[in-house]
Design a protein around this ligand. Structure first.
Ligand SMILES: O=C(O)CCC(=O)C(=O)O
Length: 428
């Protein structure tokens, strides 16, 4: 038995609307009590009223609608699938959506006949297939398929995906220009995308489809961003570790424990992470379909799919409220990158060395500090343009003046200070 934590999670109900303006009350509570204070929360009843996929991806009895998914994704050539085993070695392979569904069908048949518990499955050394980190929106766009969901209003203030979206658009228009140029010049220039072009079509919006006992090991989210996850079908079991417990989940060499669940650790691991037994008290949550979960910045978590199948959508994102944490993390990544290749410093000129560091950080972290600076400048600029446009319009007093997307003076100052700090870090 694992100890029950003293901390619990709060619940909000999206149905408690505040008049015709939508979920204002719930939205304000979410921003002030959870997003700003970096606390987890579950939001009930948003999904069923706003996501079409809650109806189409499920059958009337609540089971997953495999036939519908197969038809919808019949042209999808590649989905990333993780095979997790009892040894916790995770291998990602690519397959077609149809191939993955075949696996689901055969594995769920085995699960039914064996009716194994999670512990027995581990002993049997079974594999659990997990389609995860699938860039669902990008694939839908590429294949002209409807996503059938929207970003819930609570999580719309999202600088990360806005930026990637903008980059994607810029890239699409540059591709069109290239095509035009090609026609004009009648060249046979290849249209194969460069790595940079491929990367600029990325985002942080994912679909997850897993079989019973598939899981995501202990981690914090990329760049210490926030994440949200909306459950469409099946249940997930979450273990959330508040940031003040992080030090017990990391050994003296900085290696993160495989799991924070003490009795799932081997004897050797228990010796390496003694603090887990005494000082780690996760918040344990069962997430049901129709629930959104908000995971705050820097909270380690591990997630287990506990029903036959589990289907969810999640995004990573950040905004003014977790920006200081994200920046602190990226600054450390920058320093670590410089340290990692400091041997090259003496044999390269300063500009080439800096460029090499930027490239390496991009490869390892998914972003470098120059791009981060561009993103912040763009965000501030965007707000200024909006304010200028609004000055020309008549004030609309009927609108709520509470909007978490508009930066106040202090928040703008924080962003500007980070932009300056990056300039200083880049001075040669
Ligand atoms: O659903 C999962 O398996 C992992 C999701 C997750 O880690 C997240 O949303 O941050």
């Amino acid at each position: 038995m694992y100890r029950i934590t003293m901390e619990t999670i709060d619940y909000l109900d999206a149905e408690e609307e505040d008049g015709e303006e939508g979920n204002d009350l719930v939205y304000k509570t979410f921003v002030t009590k959870y997003m700003k204070q970096n606390r987890p929360v579950i939001i009930n009843n948003y999904i069923q009223h706003h996501w079409k996929c809650f109806e189409t991806f499920r059958k009337k009895n609540g089971n997953i609608n495999i036939e519908y998914l197969l038809q919808k994704f019949k042209d999808i050539k590649q989905v990333p699938v993780v095979q997790s085993s009892s040894s916790y070695d995770n291998n990602t392979t690519n397959m077609t959506f149809r191939e993955f569904i075949k696996l689901i069908k055969s594995s769920s048949f085995n699960n039914e006949t064996n009716n194994n518990s999670q512990k027995d499955d581990k002993k049997n050394n079974s594999f659990y297939y997990y389609l995860k980190d699938w860039h669902y929106c990008i694939e839908c766009k590429k294949n002209n398929i409807k996503c059938e969901y929207n970003t819930p209003i609570y999580f719309e203030n999202d600088w990360l995906n806005e930026w990637w979206n903008k980059k994607g658009h810029a890239n699409i228009s540059s591709t069109i220009i290239n095509e035009e140029e090609k026609k004009k010049k009648n060249t046979t220039r290849t249209t194969t995308k460069t790595i940079e072009e491929e990367e600029s079509q990325s985002d942080y919006k994912f679909l997850y489809l897993g079989l019973k006992n598939s899981y995501t090991p202990l981690h914090h989210d990329i760049f210490l961003s926030y994440s949200w996850s909306g459950q469409i079908q099946g249940r997930k079991k979450w273990y959330l570790y508040p940031p003040n417990q992080t030090k017990h989940l990391i050994d003296i060499h900085g290696t993160v424990a495989r799991t924070g669940i003490w009795n799932d650790l081997s004897k050797d691991e228990q010796i390496k992470y003694p603090g887990i037994q005494t000082n780690v008290h996760p918040i344990i949550i069962i997430q049901y379909p129709n629930q959104l979960i908000f995971i705050p910045s820097g909270w380690y978590h591990e997630v287990y799919n506990i029903d036959e199948t589990s289907l969810s959508i999640n995004h990573n994102w950040f905004n003014q409220y977790n920006l200081p944490m994200v920046w602190n993390h990226l600054k450390n990544e920058w320093k670590d990158t410089i340290k990692a290749i400091c041997d090259l410093k003496d044999i390269m000129d300063p500009i080439s060395f800096q460029n090499e560091c930027l490239k390496l950080m991009n490869r390892n972290t998914g972003i470098n500090i120059v791009e981060f600076q561009q993103m912040l400048s763009w965000r501030i600029n965007k707000q200024q343009v909006k304010v200028e446009e609004e000055v020309g319009e008549e004030a609309d007093n009927s609108k709520s003046n509470f909007t978490s997307t508009t930066l106040n003076v202090n928040e703008i100052e924080v962003v500007e200070n980070i932009i300056t700090e990056i300039y200083e870090l880049l001075l040669l």
